[in-house]
Design a protein around this ligand. Structure first.
Ligand SMILES: [Zn+2]
Length: 280
């Protein structure tokens, strides 16, 4: 009996010890499990932070303007385009950049910034040539090859294009329809291609022609353009304007952009602006 009691007691003690160990193991596993769960939560948080950092919100205002910049990118880290992107970011302003394929070979440090900072990229041909007179296929090759150049850097092909010099004919429109691209011109020309050392002309022409729904032409080729545009944004934001991409402006105005069709702006019919050139 004594032995039996002893064995029974030992068995009970062993069982208590084992249960205790098991409980500890479970707790320990559960603690370990919660640790990885905690670390797993961090990447999720990081991911959410990244999503927040990608600027997908349309800037809000009483009136809207689409600033557009042709012929870039220009320079790398300390260049014109990067400085412009910095200035737009500081001001929560979006813009549309009509890029040339040949420029991206030399200047590509900013390629990831455009889309993550809420801007839009448009197609401005691979070699910056006139589609109406210098191509035999209505620009098919120039535009489709540049779609590929841009997508190789950004992962996305543009959904709109601007012909060089704003010049097009029926063959160009047919080609753009085939490629699924609306043709975007402008109704305010800053004339920075002509007065490219004078920031004040750029600033003044934007201020003078500011109206809800305008598309403004600039080139991120000149430092004066960057200075003039940023100064104009500061002034016009005080007047209730917000700066959006061409596609955002179309959306805000209830316009569906159609391939092969030409758009110069989304102003109401009574607005008269000085577009400054005959799109040439
Ligand atoms: Zn151009």
């Amino acid at each position: 009996m004594k032995w039996n009691k002893c064995i029974l007691l030992c068995a009970v003690l062993l069982s208590v010890v084992l249960t205790g160990c098991a409980a500890e193991t479970t707790m320990s596993q559960s603690t370990e499990n919660s640790a990885p769960a905690g670390s797993a939560a961090e990447p999720v948080k990081t991911e959410q932070t990244d999503v927040t950092e990608t600027d997908t919100f349309i800037p809000q205002g009483d009136k809207y303007i689409a600033l557009t910049f042709d012929d870039g990118p220009t320079g790398n880290e300390d260049g014109c385009t990067e400085r412009l992107l910095d200035g737009l970011k500081e001001r929560n302003a979006h813009a549309t950049f009509f890029l040339c394929g040949y420029r991206m070979k030399d200047f590509n440090s900013m390629m990831e910034r455009y889309l993550t900072e809420g801007h839009e990229i448009g197609n401005h041909t691979t070699d910056h040539i006139r589609l109406d007179i210098d191509t035999a296929d209505g620009g098919l090759e120039q535009i489709s090859s540049n779609q590929e150049h841009i997508a190789a850097y950004t992962g996305e092909a543009p959904t709109l294009m601007r012909p060089v010099g704003g010049a097009y004919n029926d063959a160009v429109l047919a080609s753009m329809k085939q490629l699924g691209l609306p043709v975007i011109l402008w109704n305010v020309d800053t004339l920075d291609w002509k007065y490219h050392d004078d920031a004040d002309i750029v600033r003044q022409r934007i201020i003078d022609n500011a109206a809800d729904g305008v598309i403004v032409l600039e080139h991120d080729l000149y430092e004066a353009t960057v200075d003039g545009v940023l100064a104009a944004i500061d002034e016009l934001q005080q007047q209730g304007y917000a700066f959006v991409t061409v596609s955002e402006l179309a959306q805000l105005k209830g316009v569906t952009l159609e391939p092969g069709k030409v758009y110069t702006g989304f102003t109401s019919k009574d607005v008269v602006v000085d577009h400054g050139s005959n799109f040439s």
